[in-house]
Design a binder for this molecule. Structure first.
Ligand code: PGA
Length: 255
């Protein structure tokens, strides 16, 4: 049985004081929820403070990106060692915003996934097609390319530590969610590919999250799909009154 994982990617939002307020609210409302994994992914500046706030809580910490080297002359970058040091458990890699605005490629994604695993961090590797690609009937080619590219050279036992986030780019921040059927179709396809790349154990054990305009209103129908193991939530993770019902709406499957 795969454990449900709901992660809130705050992107470039929240000052320290705003972060503290949000985390206090989430801790209060989500206290005692143990049957699923809950992950907060704040900006780098808030990691240290939030890490302290989450000690001994049921909520875990994630980061939005990392560099693949351990240390050195890479101005502006943050290494896996530093993330581990601050108490991070999960790290988002290859988000479509990184691919679109900051030149991330399958090659850099692959290097980052390997670096995260090396340091004992759990990668949340994002894949997914643009609208034009879907309309041109290429969605599944893009998914395959991202998946194979990101997982290149990674052994099955390590692959099991990765969470794949399927995020159709046309559904991110647009209010347009993929229908549960569209999402399930993609997730099922990804699981089939994992069985081809690895084996049945990896395909059935690896968790696949859906991301793109997840909100309290649509989480239940998404999470009820057999191959959807959680959600990577952007906008709706910035407010207690939206993120809490998303987590609670996923509990049935996690129980
Ligand atoms: P959204 O973002 O929930 O605001 O659509 C999802 C994401 O980018 O992970």
């Amino acid at each position: 049985m795969r454990r449900v994982i709901i992660a809130g990617n705050w992107k470039m939002n929240k000052t320290i004081s705003e972060s503290i307020e949000l985390v206090n609210g989430l801790k209060r409302e989500l206290f005692g929820v143990e049957s699923i994994d809950i992950v907060l992914i704040p900006p780098y500046t808030a990691l240290s403070g939030i890490s302290d706030m989450l000690t001994d809580s049921n909520i875990e910490l994630g980061a939005q990106d990392l560099h693949w080297e351990e240390k050195g002359a890479f101005t502006g970058e943050v290494s896996p060692v530093m993330l581990k040091d601050v108490g991070v458990k999960y790290v988002v890699i290859g988000h479509s915003e990184r691919r679109t605005y900051f030149g991330e490629t399958n090659e850099t994604v692959n290097k980052k996934v390997k670096a995260a695993l090396r340091e004992g961090l759990l990668p949340i590797m994002c894949i997914g097609e643009h609208l034009e690609e879907r309309e041109a009937g290429k969605a599944f080619d893009v998914i395959e390319d991202h998946l194979r590219g990101g997982l290149k050279g990674i052994a099955g036992e390590d692959a099991l530590k990765i969470v794949i986030a399927y995020e159709p780019v046309w559904a991110i921040g647009t209010g347009k969610t993929a229908t549960p059927e569209q999402a399930e179709e993609a997730h099922k396809y990804i699981r089939g590919l994992l069985a081809k790349i690895y084996d049945k154990t990896v395909a059935e054990g690896l968790r696949i999250q859906y991301g793109g305009s997840v909100k309290p209103e649509n989480i239940k129908e998404l999470i009820n799909e057999p191959d959807i193991d959680g959600a990577l939530v952007g906008g709706a993770s910035l407010k207690v009154e939206q993120f809490v019902p998303i987590v609670k709406g996923s509990l049935k499957k996690g129980a």
